[in-house]
Ligand binder design. Structure first.
Ligand code: COA
Length: 700
């Protein structure tokens, strides 16, 4: 059912409307009146004849009409009975402001379940409980106790915190930011962020979606929807709180490196969602998305009357991986002809400290006409002769005329630029109090443009031996084993096209020597026991054995020492394995997030992985581009590509491995965690080798 009636109802009943100022039920009614709500208002209260001059009804049935929206603001215990009244009267949209439900414990949870049940049976959609309400400035509807009606605009806002929404509204008002629709979703008993994302996604009055979320109920559905919506309009989210994945103790490298926020970060990346670290940042970003066109590319030009801020902006452009626009000879010539000789005609275009409004006008127009410029940043500091307000008026005039490229404004100072800033605020133009945040906004826009123009996601499927992997996993699960042995883990990987080192198990020292001779020296030896995971800590791994004697001695020593150190461990023998000497060590792995599914990891390998944390994650299934991008997101990438004359490794082979891993964990939801560490990668033509592997599985 559409959520339209929450924001555009022809009539609204406020159940629990009170005559007492300061009470929530009074404030909501007054907010509706003050907003100039044009529809019919029905205050409901058994003890009042009228409130604020509006006829009051004892209950919903007495109205004799069906209100299109009911706002409930009676004590928690009375809410189910009011819901029944709504059901009987045929109300289809209900906002429950009342607190004291799921958030307070089992009794409240039970009450909330009653609400949900009544709503389901009667086909009612419910926002809340425990919420601030709903607002639509464009419809003059303020069914909330969040203060005055916000300014009208094109932002649709979703907030999981009612109290924070009150602060958000206040901040937006001060910044001159307007909304078309806002909803506080509270406990999300029925309507949640996904419903609102869908509603705002297809709502022409919403051009930018923004929100504050603490949790996402249906991770994968939200991701899929957000991916579609982001193609049409930007989504700017603040997100706090961790996931279960982060809270649980992880046994793998991948698990321990996947912090609580990793899955959300990956989801945001994949869905093109722009993450905002604070209310201010969110609105700083939003105000440009709302008022300016998207940039065609990343080339930024600066026009300034001061050198310092120009340099600050230039630094920020580099830091934010934007490009410094290179002005064409024609533009430079035009600037040279009209600007004073001491000006800088290249980017940043410095029109000097004595620049008046007319010089700004000429420089801005000329620079914006340059085909090599995708976006412009106008900087001003208030020097003795600077015409801050007149320059602001000029900027407004230009921006009304030139609408092809985004222009961001940064007038630095305080009192001397206050009037100019107020003009930008009134005109809803993107003004900033520092060049850095302006440039950061441009970066976010440019990244969004890049995301929108990414190629269609095509996930390659490799020919694999799925049956073999299934047999191994099922056999382990039948036996109650969740941590697969190294051998089983490797066999599963081999079934998906991974190469593992040659090797076999020896039960005597002679046998060990024989295997080593067959493989060729040097070899590695590892104690073979289903009970020992940290073998090297016990002296159960020896590397670089060069001859038969060394192999036999190592065997005897392990078989003597390890049973002493780990008397309960069942020792099956010693694995004699090929030693992979060439190449570089990386780690690849997977950790399954309960909300978003498998997170694929790539990073620097070896023992330092957990210290240096040079790793990246991406949500499976991976495309070839995404796999490559994962590699490029690490510092290790530079080393892998070849560095200071050293030969590089086969980057494409690693990217393919990540895709194969992604296919494996997508096809087997039983796999919870997986580590291949070290994964030895070499020059093109030599297959990477999974030297060690661990896998944890679970019945699903
Ligand atoms: N039908 C109609 N009116 C009813 C009613 C019913 N079944 N039951 C009670 N009322 C009336 C009361 O008579 C009262 O009106 P009055 O002031 O004229 O006497 C009004 O509804 C409110 O009831 P009251 O018992 O006075 O409660 P309250 O106003 O102190 O508190 C809430 C009610 C809903 C505000 C309160 O329970 C609450 O949840 N507060 C927190 C809200 C919140 O923080 N939400 C989350 C925001 S993020």
């Amino acid at each position: 059912m559409s959520l339209e009636k929450f924001f555009n109802p022809a009539s609204v009943a406020i159940v629990g409307a009170s005559q007492t100022p300061g009470k929530v039920g009074y404030e909501i009614l007054v907010n509706m009146i003050k907003a100039g709500y044009p529809g019919k208002l029905y205050p409901i209260n058994p003890n009042a004849k009228e409130i604020e001059g509006i006829a009051c009804y004892p209950d919903i049935a007495s109205i004799g009409q069906t209100p299109e929206l009911a706002v409930i603001v009676v004590p928690a215990k009375a809410v189910p009975a009011v819901m029944q009244q709504c059901a009987k009267a045929g109300v289809k949209s209900v906002v429950v402001i009342t607190a004291g439900f799921k958030e307070v414990g089992p009794e409240g949870k039970e009450l909330e379940q009653q609400i949900v049940q009544i709503a389901k049976q009667a086909g009612i959609r419910v926002i809340g409980p425990n919420c601030l309400g709903v607002i639509s400035p464009i419809e003059k509807l303020n069914a909330s106790f969040g203060g005055d009606l916000p300014q009208s605009g094109v932002i649709g806002y979703i907030s999981q915190s009612g109290a924070l929404l009150a602060a958000i509204l206040d901040a937006a008002n001060a910044m001159g930011i307007g909304f078309s629709k806002l909803a506080s979703i509270g406990n999300k008993a029925d309507v949640d962020e996904l419903d609102l994302l869908k509603a705002f996604g297809s709502d022409p009055s919403v051009k930018v979606i923004a929100g504050y979320l603490e949790s996402i109920t249906d991770g994968n559905d939200f991701l899929r929807e957000a991916e579609q919506v982001s193609l049409k309009k930007p989504i700017l989210l603040m997100k706090s709180g961790g996931t279960e994945a982060g809270a649980k103790a992880a046994s793998s490298h991948t698990g321990s490196l996947a912090g609580s926020e990793t899955a959300y970060e990956c989801m945001f990346d994949r869905a093109g969602i722009i993450r905002c670290s604070s209310i201010k940042v969110q609105f700083d970003f939003a105000r440009t998305f709302v008022s300016q066109p998207l940039p065609a590319g990343r080339r930024v030009a600066i026009i300034t009357n001061a050198g310092g801020p120009g340099i600050m902006a230039a630094d920020a452009i580099e830091r934010e991986e934007l490009e410094f626009a290179k002005l064409t000879p024609k533009t430079i010539k035009m600037l040279q002809e009209k600007l004073p000789a001491a000006a800088n005609f290249y980017n940043p275009v410095d029109i000097l400290g004595d620049a008046l409004a007319d010089r700004y006008e000429f420089a801005i127009e000329t620079v914006l006409d340059d085909p090599g410029v995708d976006a412009a940043l106008i900087l001003l500091t208030p020097q003795a002769m600077t015409e801050a307000t007149k320059t602001a008026e000029t900027v407004v005039k230009i921006l009304r005329k030139k609408t092809q490229k985004p222009v961001l404004i940064c007038f630095l100072g305080g009192g001397k630029v206050a009037e100019a800033v107020e003009l930008f605020r009134k005109e809803h133009l993107p003004y900033y109090d520092s060049p850095e945040i302006a440039v950061q906004t441009l970066r976010v826009m440019a990244d969004y443009v890049r995301w929108r123009s990414r190629p269609k996601r095509v996930v390659k499927m490799f020919a694999v031996n799925r049956r073999k992997a299934e047999n191994i996993i099922e056999r382990n699960l039948r036996m109650g084993t969740t941590d697969l042995s190294e051998a089983d883990s490797k066999e599963v990987l081999e079934a998906y096209g991974f190469v593992t080192p040659k090797g076999s198990i020896a039960t005597t020292s002679e046998q060990a020597a024989g295997i080593a001779e067959q493989i060729g020296f040097p070899v590695v030896m590892k104690i073979w026991s289903p009970d020992l995971t940290h073998k090297s800590d016990l002296g159960g791994v020896v590397l670089g054995l060069e001859n038969k004697r060394e192999v036999m001695d190592a065997f005897d020593l392990m078989m003597y020492r390890i049973p002493k150190k780990a008397p309960k461990a069942k020792i099956l023998g010693v694995l004699v394995q090929e030693m992979c000497r060439r190449g570089k060590e990386v780690v690849i792995g997977m950790n399954r997030d309960p909300h978003f599914g498998p997170l694929i990891m790539f990073g620097m390998g070896g023992t330092m992985v957990e210290v240096l944390k040079d790793v990246t994650f991406y949500l499976a299934p991976l495309t070839a581009d995404e796999a490559k991008q994962m590699l490029m997101n690490t510092k290790t990438y530079k080393v892998l590509k070849g560095f200071r004359g050293e030969e590089g490794v086969d980057i494409d082979a690693i990217a393919e491995s990540l895709q194969r891993l992604s296919q494996l964990v997508t096809e087997f939801p039983q796999i919870q965690e997986l580590d291949i560490n070290p994964y030895i990668v070499s020059a093109a033509g030599t297959a990477p080798v999974a030297v060690d592997a661990r896998m944890r599985v679970k019945k699903v």
